[in-house]
Ligand binder design. Sequence first.
Ligand code: CA
Length: 218
Amino acid sequence: MTQILIVEDEPRIAAFVAAGLKAAGYASHIEHTGTPVAELVAGGDFDLVILDVGLPDIDGFEVLRQVRRRSPGIPVIMLTARSAVRDRVAGLEAGADDYVPKPFSFEELLARVRSRLRVSVQETSLTLRHGGIELDVRTRRVRVDDKEIDLSAREFALAEVFLRHPDQVLSREQLLSAAWGYDFDPGSNVVDVYVRYLRKKLGADAIQTVRGMGYRLA
Ligand code: CA
C-alpha cells in the first residue's frame, strides 16, 4: 500500500489531509515536527512526503534539504500558508517536486499527489547495475552474480551511492554526506568500516581504495 508522510504541525489540517488520503486509498503517517523527518524518510517506508513550510522546530525548506541529501528520489509536495512567490521559488530550488498554496481543497492536493506518484513509480522502478551487482532501489533487493544478499539500511545507502557513480572516485566526505547525510565527525572512520562490510558482501574487489582520495566502484 502506498504510504504518505504528512509533516504538518496544525492538527486540524494534518487530520483533514490524512482522512482525505485514507478515503482515496492511501495510508499515511503524521509528523508534527521537522526534526525526525529525514531519518524517517531514509528508512524507505514512504512513497511521498507532504511537507508544510511553517513548522515549530525547523522550517520546511531545511527539512527538504535534509531529505534531499539522503533520499534524492522521493517526491515531496510542499504546503505553505505564505502566498509569496519567494517561497515557491525557494521550495523548488531546494528540490520540491510540487507546491500547493494554503488554503487548498483536498481535490487539488490529491491531484498533485496522484501525478507525483505516477512519475515516481516510473523513475524509481529502475535497477542499478554494475558488474555482477544489481540494486533495486524500490524494493531494496540486492543481487550479486544472481544471488540475493542482505544489506543493512546503511550498507544499502552506501552501495547505492557507489552504483549511482560508477567509475568515479568518491571521497570519504562525499560518501559521508550522501549516505549518512548529517554532519559526522570528519575524523570518523565510519566510511572505511562500512566499505569493509560492503566488500564482505559484494565481493572483496568490488570497491577499490584510491590512495589519498577515497574509493571507487571497481
Ligand atoms: Ca504550519
